[in-house]
Design a binder for this molecule. Structure first.
Ligand code: SAM
Length: 337
């Protein structure tokens, strides 16, 4: 088999191509489906037990899988997610392991920021490149209502991240009508002060929060309109695979970057270069399609079979549709958002 870094690297680039001709070289890997929060738009109270003892991949299996995907399919970006990835007790050593086998992989993480203040330094030292932090409101009471958690540790985590030398984290805010849609300007101004980029997300009607999200849906057009009443929005170039449409937001002497991610009203499936692996080893080629395959079949009596991974991954990715059917019963907390 051809391996990355050898003379064949250029030949091998882009070998994982879906049935619609899109190169799939970004992986979202959920390291746990446990989460300390219960965000209303993701895992409303009482819907999913985040601390089940369902069988999961262990880190050794994850490393075997990542090494194979990296070397065989020229994986370019790996985003660690969850659940809440910072709840995974061996996250730092997992990142060290990934960095050892994939020195030039773009390695990012999406987190709710809880525990980030303590872990920022070890995560950076382990080789993590970038962090996205989910933060939907700056109002502590509303944060508690929306997520069940406390705001202060998240703000500390963001600050600490920058203090230890990470690039300013990108902030992800899901916009919900009647909840935080009146706070968009405040969130942008706060981000400008921090020097961070903020991205507003349309709430996707998936999993147990589907009807909650449908009822409170705010479209990208409405978000743009609300922001444009305060800021001049200058469109920025969209890189291939970029989920957000990004703008330079300007008001007087203030400026900052704002992104809008619109998976519902302005779908960007044509840009898709992703696949997802859940904590329990299921590969979801498309976020909006419930079809998935079990990668755990790649281990027989503890021995990893690269050929099985190739068969399973290639046929699942080949079957990826241009646009998923947008019926996803699995919650984001399990899919790895
Ligand atoms: N716990 C981590 C966090 O909070 O960032 C990682 C997992 S979380 C599922 C990943 C991202 O998905 C978060 O930015 C969250 O806001 C977003 N998300 C969750 N449910 C969503 C939904 N229904 N629509 C849009 N984004 C959603």
């Amino acid at each position: 088999m051809l391996k990355r870094g050898g003379v064949h690297q250029a030949v091998r680039e882009g070998t994982l191509v879906d049935g619609c001709g899109r190169r799939i070289d970004h992986l979202r890997l959920s390291v746990t489906s446990a989460c300390n929060l219960r965000c209303l738009y993701c895992r409303p109270k009482g819907t999913i037990d985040p601390f089940t003892s369902a069988p999961v991949l262990d880190d050794a299996q994850r490393l075997e899988l990542i090494q194979h995907l990296y070397e065989t399919y020229y994986l370019r970006q790996l985003r660690l997610t969850g659940g809440e990835p910072l709840l995974h007790s061996t996250l730092v050593s997992l990142i060290q392991g990934i960095r050892r086998i994939a020195p030039d992989l773009d390695l990012a993480m999406t987190t709710n920021g809880w525990r980030l203040a303590d872990l920022a330094r070890p995560l950076l030292d382990a080789g993590l490149n970038r962090v996205n932090v989910s933060l939907d409101t700056l109002d502590p009471a509303q944060y508690r209502h929306l997520t069940g958690g406390e705001l202060a540790p998240v703000l500390d985590g963001i600050e600490r991240c920058m203090a230890v030398g990470f690039p300013p984290p990108r902030i992800n805010a899901v916009v919900l009508a009647g909840v935080n849609d009146h706070q968009l300007v405040d969130l942008v101004e706060w981000s400008m002060q921090q020097g961070t980029e903020i991205r507003f997300l349309e709430a996707m009607p998936i999993g147990p929060a589907a009807s909650f999200n449908r009822d409170r849906f705010v479209s990208a057009a409405t978000i743009r309109h609300a922001l444009s009443r305060r800021f001049e929005l200058v469109p920025l170039h969209r890189n291939h695979g970029e989920t957000a449409v990004r703008y330079l937001a300007v008001h007087g002497g203030q400026r900052g970057i704002v992104g809008i991610i619109a998976p519902v009203s302005e779908r960007f499936c044509g840009q898709c270069r992703r696949m997802r692996i859940t904590a329990d080893g299921r590969l979801f080629p498309c976020l909006l399609d419930e079809r998935n395959v079990d990668l755990r079949t790649a281990w027989r009596h503890g021995v990893f079979s690269p050929d099985t991974v190739d068969d399973v991954v290639q046929s699942a990715v080949e079957a990826k549709q241009w646009q998923g059917p947008a019926l996803q019963p699995t919650a984001m907390v399990q899919l790895g958002g």
